[in-house]
Design a protein around this ligand. Structure first.
Ligand SMILES: Nc1ncnc2c1ncn2[C@@H]1O[C@H](COP(=O)(O)OP(=O)(O)O)[C@@H](O)[C@H]1O
Ligand SMILES: [Mg+2]
Length: 230
């Protein structure tokens, strides 16, 4: 339902992503794995429209071509993005942080399902975002993305800087989000245990290309581990 074809992304003269193809199925959780500098964040930024893509590139949500649309149109068409490092607003309250996601919708108040999924965000509604722990900020960033009612959720390294004890819980949350809302999820990750818990399919990126792809049923964890550690 989400199709990427011949995607090209450059920083000036430096090509980072070349002719990348990717298909995402409805309700699928896809891992994009790879070491630092391999192009995961560049891929996500180009999908959401923070970075432009080269001619011939196609990014389609169902039948709608999005590759030359601005970010807010992509969001309106069902794409949501949780950036690496979370990028919440540290001086806004938790509730107001979530509300920034509502700006693109008709809704005025934070829907109940957000608090069912992340009860801590209700308890801490009046606190400043910057005073939450890393794991809580990640929940906040996901909540802010979810209220835009995405069809496809892009999560860039959600486990970065998060305590190992919470990582497993977060993998389970991703599956809950998928099951509750029929959202498809692409998650960039370097933590294999997280990906193995949460994801249906695994891609590995190197030098801006996909060098390995496997389904959950045939996944070779040792092989992926090698890609991540070389
Ligand atoms: N703003 C930028 N300007 C120039 N090169 C960049 C910029 N951001 C990232 N790069 C380069 O693009 C490549 C991919 O980086 P990135 O997408 O951040 O990888 P990852 O998210 O997998 O760590 C790296 O070689 C990185 O140095
Ligand atoms: Mg990155």
């Amino acid at each position: 339902m989400f199709h990427i074809n011949s995607l090209n992304v450059s920083y000036g003269e430096s090509k980072v992503i070349e002719n990348l193809d990717l298909e995402l199925n409805k309700g699928e959780i896809l891992a994009v794995m790879g070491r630092n500098g391999m192009g995961k964040t560049t891929l996500f930024k180009s999908l959401i429209g923070i970075l432009g893509c080269g001619s011939g590139s196609s990014i389609k949500m169902e039948d709608k071509e999005l590759s030359s649309e601005p970010s807010f149109i992509r969001v309106r068409n069902g794409l949501a993005y949780v950036p690496q490092g979370r990028m919440i607003f540290p001086n806004l309250s938790v509730t107001d942080n979530i509300r920034t996601g509502l700006d693109s919708t008709e809704e005025k108040s934070v829907p109940d399902y957000v608090y069912e999924l992340f009860p801590v965000l209700k308890e801490m509604g009046k606190r400043k975002g910057g005073n939450l722990s890393g794991g809580q900020q990640q929940q906040l960033a996901i909540a802010r993305a979810l209220v835009t009612k995405p069809k496809v959720l892009l999560l860039d390294e959600p486990t970065e800087g998060i305590q190992p004890s919470i990582i497993k819980e977060m993998a389970e949350k991703l599956k809950t989000i998928r099951d509750m809302h029929q959202v498809s999820i692409i998650v960039a990750e370097q933590v294999l245990s997280f990906a193995l818990t949460a994801c249906d399919r695994f891609l590995v990126m190197e030098g801006g290309s996909i060098v390995h792809s496997s389904d959950r049923s045939e996944v070779d964890a040792e092989k992926i581990k090698k890609f991540l550690s070389v």
